[in-house]
Design a binder for this molecule. Structure first.
Ligand SMILES: [Zn+2]
Length: 114
């Protein structure tokens, strides 16, 4: 099972990452962003109780991260456009996986960036 961070800092918010999360009322939920609770919840299993592939977990995290950023930033461009957010997040995960040298830019101890 992939290890995810316990929380992500998004603007002034510390967003708790609840993974693996067991949805009680909706077994078909793969992930959810609760803006009020400042939580992102991600199911480790599909509705058939099969463990989801790690890349799907990353796509779910990115998807819910986009929702939280959209809300925190106040832009709300994805509020009524699930199709767009799905397309963006799947592509963003693929770009990051395909370009590790780009990801490394964010790992450097570069005080000029912050
Ligand atoms: Zn969504």
């Amino acid at each position: 099972m992939i290890k995810l961070p316990n929380k992500l800092k998004i603007g002034a918010h510390d967003v708790k990452i609840c993974y693996p999360y067991q949805f009680k009322e909706r077994i078909d939920f793969m992930a959810q962003c609760d803006n009020d609770a400042d939580e992102i919840r991600i199911n480790a299993h599909d509705p058939g109780s099969v463990e989801r592939p790690e890349v799907n977990i990353l796509v779910s995290l990115m998807h819910e991260l986009y929702h939280r950023i959209d809300n925190v930033s106040g832009h709300h461009v994805f509020d009524d456009n699930e199709k767009a957010i799905c397309g963006h997040t799947e592509m963003m995960v693929q770009v990051l996986l395909d370009n590790p040298e780009f990801v490394e830019l964010f790992l450097q101890d570069n005080k000029e960036l912050t």
